[in-house]
Design a protein around this ligand. Sequence first.
Ligand code: GDP
Length: 444
Amino acid sequence: MFDTLSDRLTSVLQNLRGKGKLSDADIDATAREIRIALLEADVALPVVREFIKQVKERAKGAEVSEALNPAQQVIKIVNEELIAILGGETRRLNLAKNPPSVIMLAGLQGSGKTTLAGKLALWLKKQGHAPLLVACDLQRPNAVTQLQVVGERAGVATFAPEPGNGVGDPVDVARRSIEEARRAQHDVVIVDTAGRLGVDEELMRQAADIRDAVTPDETLFVVDAMIGQDAVTTAEAFRDGVGFSGVVLTKLDGDARGGAALSVRHVTGEPILFASNGEKLDDFDVFHPDRMASRILGMGDMLTLIEQAEQAFDQEKAEQTAAKLGTGELTLEDFLEQMQAVRRMGPIGNLLGMLPGAGQMKDQLSQVDDAHLDRLQAIIRGMTPAERANPKMINASRRQRIAKGSGVTVRDVNDLVNRFFEARKMMQQMAGRFGFGAGNSATK
Ligand code: GDP
């Protein structure tokens, strides 16, 4: 999903690392590369222009954070602007105060509406709702059966015109489905409408008539992320023809560029509510602009971590430590201080999961819990200041003394010291990869 865009942006941003200070020319060059990456990913031109303008202005402006080096600041700005383009806050589904709530789906044929109806129904059912699927796509020969099959798989009821009554009137079916929902106590009605291959006036009018008959709480425009630039023009046509309150991106599992879909929010002004990424009913999730942005930037939740660090750490200390990370001068005293600061940020398991590359370190991470950290802290406290500053001096007899003093075995002390050296090496490598340390010290 957005792999190419992600690769391009990550490498553009990585080129910044190690630079102590960014000149306007550096920023312009970076902005140019980001622009090309976005355009190649099919992001719509007005969106690209706006994005680049903001990034440039902010990067050249006086936004200086004490805790971040210039490269990290640009990463932070790009991330924040990406979140803004994707809609900012996560937008939740609006349900009516007085049930039944009505959710109407609109979009081109093949965009994934019927599949989405099932996904949405299952998702709502898991939250304790009792949805009713309504087949108003009476145009496509198999659409009703397809919805019924999807409904069965999701374990929810389907309302459809009785067979043998000719084609039937979709507006009438929609209206009757609300009565049925009231009768059978369904609290959410999901109306699947007829798709069209292209933008077609007649079908657009039908969708508008269904809308008027059922006054939806949400009209969701379903768009296939693989259709490229057409996503934007189609979205505009539906906005003008039917109107919608939210967008669902489908087929994000495809390897297509997908950038056009990312433009839909900015172009139409309506938020993206859900993302579909597969043919199975649970290949579906609420759309979180912030998570999507950090995914596109390929940095895990690195940025969340930076933010939390900015809040929890003593600014000056954090800078000193960050500078030391890159040079491998970290001491056990720093380690202890960082550990205490980290613990102020919340349970350790959550934090470690946010580190890039955490996936590969799963086994090691699973052994780290808060009790373990308490033990580590006790061991470090059992050391003299000289030992903390220069862990290399901790020889066998010192290890015995420390073990005794902090009530652990010599093996525990060995483990800690060995792991510390390993961690210091790893952090030095990570600092190299993500631009910590070197840049920070250069800004001084
Ligand atoms: P509709 O015409 O809008 O109702 O679209 P359908 O729900 O029939 O979907 C069209 C095709 O796209 C079907 O083959 C679906 O299985 C497939 N499809 C729907 N959503 C996704 C998705 O998120 N990922 C992938 N790979 N395929 C999907």
